[in-house]
Ligand binder design. Structure first.
Ligand code: ATP
Ligand code: MG
Length: 612
């Protein structure tokens, strides 16, 4: 076939494939245009998941007749004054969005500038332009997009359910709103109950907007970031290490006012929290980076969702330092890495080398101050004279609450010890670690991690033989959640019943839990439902529930570890050890961490220099 030059209309449709993927991507382009036009109030209306109708109204500077006609042409933009792509200060710059949208939908744009006598309207119906004609309206622009992809069945086929597409629109608008706290956003239409986020300003504008959009909870469980280092400004909120989610969907990244996905930033956040959170939990962050536009290339992704930093190292270290300092200031002390901590705990304390006493003629040297020389200073402030009655009283108070449970020493016969691989329990420490002894040495068991694995395996066995037995809640537990999460849980409700979780919709932003898996007892149902909702959001399909059986029961088991943080009697500890021995994979918790560590007798002897 000979080469042919493609017609304009076809070129636009091909280009639209990159920019316009689904209703949410149209909303992103149109709202970005409104922000670039200096709007202070933006109203987004959707119907049919945004497939039948998307309407974006702004009070920005509007367009005159000439601009209105040009706006729907390809490669026509008012945002690049020069041919310089290194200094982009607007959200748009490609001059493609409106042309692309107009080639795959019915696009109507009405616009009026400040000094125009009336507004004008132009229509582009799947590539064919009509107008402009006069239109009565206030200053600003109204863009309507109807029947997206209606004429392109191949694209329509890839769209998800109305609910899913509407959820994606909400998500996009949330990010745009987080990036622009000074703009008033309204989201309404038949797809959902309305959201209204009035403009916020002042020193705490970001916090207020984040509270509006993702809830007070986050703002109250986060530290504020505000640093500038080597030309990189890092602002926003970083969640406390104890406030984590089961996926990364609650991590929001903005660079120069643009919501982005970026490996450098994700990696920096992971590194900043590495010492504080478990590998499989995700801190919630809203990170705002401001940097010289010349230092980022935003022209690397058709929908501008990704970018490239010229000096990624500088950005990474600025983010790590900002979060690290804020967490430290909030009282979180960075621990050393896990491996180091464990090894250190099993090695002898390092005594400093002895020092020579200057001028001394004595034939020996004085030992350097030992590791305990700080003892007195570490007494709690105000504890006063250690010999006063009040001091002794205080000390005894503390002793009445031992932090470790020690069982009276029962001499176990060597036969009994070697009978069980995990030995017999000797003591429990920190309400979570069992110290056990077997024929070869000592074991430290993480009771929470071990129990999690046991619950998981039991769940799996129950599921294999039918629906998981459930237990009714005396009073249904009402859990408040974002509307999208409630919708996803509602959709998945009948699938979740197989797992012993019975819930139903309870108003627009809550679900009521009626029955829970019997195995979990009265554990953290609230956290469990939130984690399942996180999972559904991540997998983005109800069909996935069945394929994700293991992931769901893992989440459930995680919240069902009733024995965590509880003091156990010695028979309970031994029962747990026996359960572990009888359960497959019990050496690792469901997140892949060990459930116990073992120290052989000869290793213990080596620690004390007794090895032969
Ligand atoms: N809501 C609006 N208010 C005022 N002017 C607008 C609005 N929307 C679009 N325009 C004008 O129409 C032009 C074309 O918009 P379009 O979104 O197609 O391209 P762009 O924003 O310049 O670049 P990009 O393709 O990267 O979004 C814009 O440059 C702007 O001048
Ligand atoms: Mg644009």
């Amino acid at each position: 076939m000979p080469i042919r030059q493609l017609p304009e209309d076809l070129i636009n449709r091909i280009a639209a494939g990159e920019v316009v993927e689904r209703p949410a991507s149209v909303v992103k382009e149109l709202v970005e245009n409104a922000i670039d036009a200096g709007a202070s109030r933006i109203v987004v209306t959707t119907a049919g998941g945004g497939k039948t109708l998307l309407r974006i109204e702004d009070d920005g500077h509007g367009m005159d007749a000439a601009d209105l006609v040009l706006s729907v042409e390809r490669h026509a933009t008012s945002k690049l004054a020069t041919d310089d792509l290194d200094d982009i200060r607007s959200l748009g710059f490609r001059g493609e969005a409106l042309a692309s949208i107009g080639s795959v939908a019915e696009l109507t744009i009405s616009s009026r500038t400040e000094d125009a006598e009336s507004g004008l309207r132009i229509v582009v119906d799947n590539g064919r332009r009509i107008g402009p004609v006069p239109q009565a309206m206030n200053r600003g622009t109204i863009v309507e997009v109807k029947n997206l992809f209606a004429r392109i069945p191949a694209r329509l086929k890839f769209l998800k359910s109305d609910r899913s597409e509407a959820g994606a629109v909400t998500d996009v608008l949330k990010r745009l709103a987080m990036a622009n706290p000074a703009v008033h956003f309204v989201l309404n239409g038949s797809d959902r109950s309305a959201s209204n986020w009035p403009a916020v300003s002042g020193a705490a504008a970001l916090q207020s907007r984040l509270a509006q959009v993702i809830g007070d909870d986050f703002a109250q469980n986060a530290v504020t970031l505000a640093t500038a280092r080597h030309g990189v400004v890092v602002a926003g909120l970083a969640g406390l290490p104890t406030y984590t989610r089961a996926n990364s969907l609650s991590q929001f990244y903005f660079v120069n006012g643009r919501s982005v996905r970026d490996k450098v930033l994700v990696g920096a956040v992971r590194a900043a929290y590495a010492d504080y959170t478990f590998r499989d939990r995700f801190p919630v962050v809203a990170l705002y980076i401001a940097i010289d536009p010349a230092e980022v290339d935003v022209n690397v992704h058709p929908a501008k969702a990704e970018l490239r930093f010229r000096d990624a190292g500088a950005v990474r270290s600025a983010v790590i330092r900002a979060i690290g300092e804020a967490l430290t200031a909030a009282g979180f002390k960075a621990s050393t890495s896990v491996a180091e901590g464990v090894l250190g705990a099993f090695s002898a304390p390092a005594y400093p080398a002895p020092v020579d006493v200057p001028g001394s003629t004595l034939p020996y040297r004085v030992p350097a101050p030992g590791p305990y020389s700080g003892y007195e200073r570490s007494l709690p402030a105000g504890s006063g004279n250690p010999f006063s009655p009040s001091f002794r009283q205080g000390a005894l108070d503390g002793l009445s609450e031992p932090s470790a449970r020690v069982e009276p020493h029962v001499e176990a016969s060597p036969a009994e010890l070697s009978e069980y691989p995990l030995g017999t329990a000797r003591a429990q420490m920190f309400d979570n670690f069992i110290i056990a002894q077997n024929g070869e040495g000592l074991l430290l068991v993480d009771q929470h991690a071990a129990h999690e694995r046991l619950v998981y395996e039991r769940f799996k066995a129950q599921l294999a033989s039918g629906p998981v037995p459930s237990q009714a809640q005396l009073i249904p537990l009402v859990i408040e959640l974002p509307e999208e999460d409630c919708a996803r849980l509602e959709d998945a409700a009948s699938e979740l019943e197989r797992f012993g979780l019975y819930l139903e919709r309870f108003g627009p932003r809550a679900v009521a839990v009626r029955e829970t898996p019997a195995l979990l007892g009265n554990s953290d149902i609230d956290g469990l439902v939130r984690d399942v909702a996180d999972g559904l959001a991540e997998w983005d399909s109800i069909a996935a529930v069945n394929d994700r059986m293991e992931a769901i029961i893992a989440r459930m088991a995680c919240h069902g570890s009733v024995r965590s943080g509880r003091r156990l009697r010695v028979d309970e500890m031994n029962a747990l050890l026996r359960d572990m021995e009888a359960t497959p994979h019990s050496g690792q918790c469901i997140h892949g961490r060990p459930t116990y560590v073992e120290l052989k007798q000869k290793d213990i002897e080596r620690l004390f220099g007794r090895s032969r």
